[in-house]
Design a protein around this ligand. Structure first.
Ligand SMILES: Nc1nc2c(ncn2[C@@H]2O[C@H](COP(=O)(O)OP(=O)(O)OP(=O)(O)O)[C@@H](O)[C@H]2O)c(=O)[nH]1
Ligand SMILES: [Mg+2]
Length: 353
């Protein structure tokens, strides 16, 4: 999964990326910077002890740290446009808004007002989409003057895009109006920004880190409060020292765990597990996926030749102590193609190609 960290200049995006990955921020002029983080999953540690596999593979999230921009000058506007292709690749947008006081770091538009910043950012997402759609509409209008094989398809697309343009003109996010499968398929290749789920981060001073998460602004799927610089300092400590400093900050879980969980929730993702002497592994799928879709995540051959999914809930395996015991207790189920995979499932796919 890819998530883009976006926001105005100096809101703490790079600091947050460093806090989440534990890697020092890059030195030098701000540039798009990608970092991978393993999704923490205690179940994998336990299963590794049980199976002693050659390899353990965690689920991962790729954070695309995008340099901030200022809309108050030309070069800032150009910088934002230049980085749009990177942002379009992400499945989730994480908007980092400055809510911390720090006299050494100039604030965007001389204000510390995350709500205003987020509103301005939202308008900019809508503007970028309006530009993409207008360009595409102009091209379609030209092609539709001559009869082509694609004409029916083009007319359908035009109707969807006109509906999208009207919504954008009225400041409505595309996620609210392009809801059908056909709508989404038609615009899938455009990387429209206001169609992506938006998660909001209020980057606050350390003294405010323990306050409850803010309400998400309209159209956002979630909001989280954290102090990126304190969390970055803590992430660089030896693991055994971290809990005490987190407690001082007044938070139970590090930003890494909280942000990753929110990213999963925002996209409606879950993970199922596979186990064996070769590999213990977590796989990420959308919630509500059936067994064949889960199998496809591993390999298209497994989906094609699907016979059944031997499934055991993680807790049942723990109760029994091993797979043999879980089978004896009748807790290893044979599930078919339409079984909806659950977050707790450990699956062994039987297939034939
Ligand atoms: N006091 C305080 N300072 C912070 C916090 N987060 C970031 N900073 C400081 O703000 C400055 C900018 O942080 P960055 O993480 O580089 O911000 P950015 O959003 O990546 O900046 P650009 O990429 O240039 O837009 C740095 O000096 C940070 O140390 C915070 O939570 N509290
Ligand atoms: Mg940065």
């Amino acid at each position: 999964m890819k998530a883009a960290l976006i926001g105005f200049s100096q809101s703490g995006k790079t600091t947050l990326a460093s806090a989440v990955t534990g890697v020092d921020p890059p030195i030098g002029a701000p540039a798009v910077h990608r970092c991978m983080v393993k999704v923490p999953d205690e179940r994998l540690n336990v299963l590794t002890k049980m199976y002693n596999p050659k390899k353990v593979t965690e689920a991962t999230i790729e954070y695309i740290d995008v340099p901030g921009f200022s809309l108050s000058d030309r070069s800032g506007q150009e910088g934002w446009k230049r980085n749009l292709p990177d942002i379009r690749q992400a499945e989730l947008l994480v908007a980092v808004a400055r809510a911390f006081e720090n006299s050494a770091v100039p604030a965007y538009r001389d204000r510390i007002d995350p709500d205003e910043d987020l509103e301005e950012l939202r308008d900019e997402l809508l503007n970028a989409d309006l530009e993409s759609i207008t360009t595409r509409l102009e091209r379609l209008e030209k092609t539709l003057t001559k009869p082509t094989k694609m004409q029916d398809q083009d007319k359908k697309e035009m109707a969807i895009l006109q509906r999208a343009k009207t919504a954008l003109d009225e400041s409505t996010l595309l996620s609210e109006i392009l809801t059908s499968d056909e709508d989404r398929r038609t615009v899938a290749s455009f990387g429209l920004l206001s169609l992506k789920p938006l998660l909001v981060v209020h980057n606050v001073s350390d003294s405010e880190a323990s306050m409850p998460d803010p309400d998400p602004p309209e159209g956002a799927v979630g909001a989280i409060r954290l102090c990126a610089s304190a969390e970055q300092d803590i992430s660089q400590l030896p693991p055994e020292d971290r809990p005490a400093f987190l407690a001082d900050l007044g938070v139970e879980q590090p930003a890494r765990d909280r942000l990753i969980r929110k990213c999963y929730e925002s996209l409606g993702l879950i993970s199922f597990l596979t186990v064996g002497p070769d590999e213990v592994r977590a796989w990420t799928i959308p919630e509500g996926s059936d067994a064949v879709e889960a199998a496809r995540q591993i390999h298209s051959d497994i989906a094609r030749g699907f016979i059944r999914a031997e499934t055991v809930a993680y807790d049942h395996l723990m109760e029994a102590g091993d797979m043999k015991g879980a089978k004896a207790a009748g807790n290893v189920r044979q599930e078919g193609k339409t079984y909806i995979v659950q977050d707790v499932d450990i699956i062994n796919f039987k297939f034939n190609v």
